[in-house]
Design a protein around this ligand. Structure first.
Ligand code: GLA
Length: 712
């Protein structure tokens, strides 16, 4: 799959999808991204031609990747900016050069009057495309850039919108909207990808579902402030725009300097949201940093909810013994190990081992853990500093604050200015020493507050800071290629495609409540594959919500992600640990499928039900999760139609006993519950199956296995 150039269009095709980009003049225009049209390019101009209505401009400006007010585009322009004399505020690009290098195409357009060059880059992914823009100042004076967004036209038939929102411990919630008159904007000013305005959007034909409807999906690879808009023009045209949200004065381009947007990834599907998710998953899986099925995701234990800040060698050693006994492969020491960190009010910035709590350093614990055959991982929050720290006392000027105002604190901490070389050098030196001097295989990289007044001196400095964060992680990875990194940000606050180029896991949510997790993880799966989704079995009573759940429901819910345990095993019964050991063993047996298969979220008739499947790439095997979160609509749960199976294969369907099976007096009334049954993929997808009776807040996993279809 590569780009070709055909009659003024860039063209790419994958299976049933086709992308056509008009590169004849000015900024490129995405003319079609959808079902493959075959060889109908010649008809395109005629078919897409629009008659002139009365009372409109004589020329209709194109919905280009960077629409121009200067050409008459009445919506939000792709560029906001100007020079000190006010010029350059509404550029119009013309003439262009096109370069194609396999999966990459670059289009350069110029505006000689404004002294600006616009470079549009397109990069093909396994089943999607990435787009980014670069603006270069070719004039003598500086150019002040306010916004550079990437625009993609959306078909008029896409009447519905869907986005992801949420908050701490209730992340990745999907919301549906009708396309509004005018514009809808989701500005994220939190300084991290955020819980509430995740920079992504789906548009589709009215009522699109998981398996039905024409859908386009968009996600911006950026971990800082972002702008996302969906706009309808009075003439009926629709556009979405994505970019970094720049603070006033943050980006000023000197002569010859450039600004580059983040990558916007776009995927198309005629089979509902699942098709878009699978395309996104494929591009995450294709990245160098992505976990590969050949290296199974190690089951981990995280100490946070087990001991919080109460670090002590003897307790943690015993916890490690218990973890190893149940089959844990990675032991992660969370917050509380470094200088002065006895609570969440002090210590951030002082990245050396606290010798009051760890008089012999971390080595005795690490030796114990590695001696048990587990890997050791550790928590850090490098971008942060507590005012109560040696670092802040010696370098208050390193904080990212506006020095003329009192800083706004969050969790008693400030953010360091990673746009500064000296700050990055300090952090690199300390983190490098930590990784060099200890056998650390995994870093949980946290980021626990919004950015406010992110300034360097009086000027906004958010953009350089964000690039500095990426640079620091990249430098550490280059020196420690064997160390995996988890992106945390209070759970789920920094989950995007750019951070995933340099991290292997996302801590999905601080909530280990299985009820919450069912929806959180479903929303997460809209963008990311299960192997990067941190999912932990917590204690019986959730620390974030107070809800109580059976081990069975907690284990089934966590089973599909990168499995972990976050529970004080020293407070567990022998029976609980035996069951945990069984769950861990079962997860290991199935993780190749769980972490390499195709994800299908199910459209279920019952509002109380939630379900999804992971299907092997050759459709020979699948694991299906079915949960009830509430009392069913009817007296029994509605039938479930499966998805993603091979219609011709015959599958044997059985309950997978993950920590046993749910308890319900009538559970065995579904005849197949005890011994399973066989049916073709077609029957399971068309007729569906009757799920067993369950109480609210419980779940089962079905295991489907088939022999290859009979060739006769
Ligand atoms: C954040 C993370 C938690 C934990 C704490 C430690 O809240 O999301 O998982 O690491 O910080 O302070």
């Amino acid at each position: 799959m590569t780009f070709t150039h055909d009659r003024g269009h860039l063209r790419a095709a994958w299976g049933d999808r086709e992308l056509l980009i008009d590169v004849r003049d000015g900024a490129p225009v995405l003319r079609h991204f959808g079902a493959a049209l075959g060889d109908d390019l010649a008809a395109l101009d005629l078919l897409l031609d629009r008659p002139r209505a009365k009372g409109v401009l004589d020329v209709e400006a194109a919905v280009s990747v960077c629409p121009e007010h200067g050409s008459g585009w009445p919506g939000r322009p792709g560029i906001v900016g100007h020079r000190s004399d006010g010029s350059g505020w509404a550029p119009r690009f013309s003439a262009q050069t096109l370069t194609i290098e396999g999966i990459r195409a670059t289009v350069v357009a110029v505006d000689e009057v404004a002294g600006l060059t616009l470079t549009s880059e397109f990069e093909l992914q396994p089943a999607s495309v990435r787009i980014r823009l670069r603006l270069t100042n070719t004039a003598d004076g500086p150019y002040r850039l306010g916004e550079l967004t990437i625009g993609v036209p959306v078909p008029a038939s896409h009447g519905d919108l869907l986005h992801l929102t949420g908050r701490w411990s209730h992340e990745f919630q999907t919301r549906r909207l009708e396309w509004p008159d005018g514009a809808l904007t989701f500005d994220n000013r939190r300084g991290r990808t955020s819980h509430d305005r995740v920079p992504c959007l789906w548009t589709g034909t009215a009522g699109f579902g998981e398996t039905t409807g024409d859908v386009l999906g968009f996600t911006l690879g950026w971990s800082g402030n972002a702008v996302v808009t969906a706009e309808r023009i009075a003439d009926g045209r629709k556009i979405v725009q994505f970019g970094e949200l720049l603070a006033s004065g943050d980006v000023e381009l000197g002569p010859g300097a450039s600004y580059e947007t983040p990558w916007l990834e776009v995927a198309s599907s005629s089979n509902g949201l699942n098709g878009v998710s699978q395309a996104f998953h494929a591009s995450v899986r294709a990245q160098a940093a992505a976990p590969k099925v050949e290296r199974p995701r190690p089951v981990l234990l995280n100490t946070w909810e087990a001991v919080y800040f109460n670090h002590d060698l003897e307790t943690l050693t015993r916890l490690a013994d218990r973890a190893a006994e149940i089959g844990v492969e990675r032991f992660v020491l969370d917050d509380g190990w470094f200088h002065g960190r006895r609570n969440d009010r002090a210590g951030l910035g002082d990245w050396w081992v606290d010798d009051t709590v760890w008089p012999e350093g971390l080595q005795p614990l690490i030796d114990h853990i590695t001696g048990l055959g587990m890997e050791f991982g550790i928590w850090v929050e490098p971008e942060m500093v507590n005012p109560d720290s040696d670092l802040y006392r010696s370098h208050p000027e390193w904080a990212l604050v506006e020095p003329s105002y009192d800083p706004v604190l969050g969790r008693q901490q400030l953010v360091l200015n990673l746009g500064r070389d000296d700050v990055r050098t300090y952090l690199f030196d300390h983190l490098h020493a930590l990784l060099r001097d200890h056998d650390v295989r995994y870093v949980k990289w946290d980021m626990n507050r919004d950015l406010v007044h992110a300034s360097s001196g009086p000027r906004a400095a958010m953009h350089e800071h964000m690039l500095g964060v990426y640079r620091l992680i990249d430098e550490l990875r280059a020196h420690h290629p064997g160390v995996e990194i988890e992106s945390c940000a209070s759970g789920g606050g920094r989950a995007d495609f750019e951070i995933l180029k340099r991290t292997e896991r996302i801590w999905t949510s601080d909530s280990n409540d299985a009820f919450e997790r069912q929806r959180i993880q479903r929303g997460f799966s809209m963008l990311f594959p299960p192997e990067v989704m941190g999912a932990h079995i917590g204690p019986p009573r959730s620390h974030t919500s107070g809800r109580r759940h059976s081990l069975q429901f907690r284990a089934v819910t966590a089973f599909f992600g990168h499995l972990g345990i976050e529970w004080n095993l020293l407070e567990t019964t022998d029976d609980e640990r035996r069951q945990l050991a069984d769950v861990v063993a079962l997860h290991k047996r199935h993780r190749r499928l769980l972490h390499g298969g195709d994800v299908f979220r199910l459209d279920l008739a019952d509002h109380a039900a939630i379900g999804h499947a992971v299907v092997a790439p050759d459709a020979s095997e699948a694991l299906v999760s079915f949960a009830l979160l509430d009392l069913p609509d009817g007296t029994i749960p509605a039938r479930v139609r499966l998805a993603g199976l091979d219609p011709e294969r015959r599958y044997r369907v059985e309950i997978l006993p993950v920590a046993g099976t749910p308890e319900h007096p009538a559970i065995e009334q579904v005849a197949w519950f005890a011994d399973g049954f066989e049916a073709t993929g077609r029957t399971l997808m068309e007729l569906g199956l009757q799920p067993p009776m369950l109480d609210p807040e419980s779940a089962v996993i079905l295991h489907l296995q088939s022999s290859p279809p009979d060739p006769t």
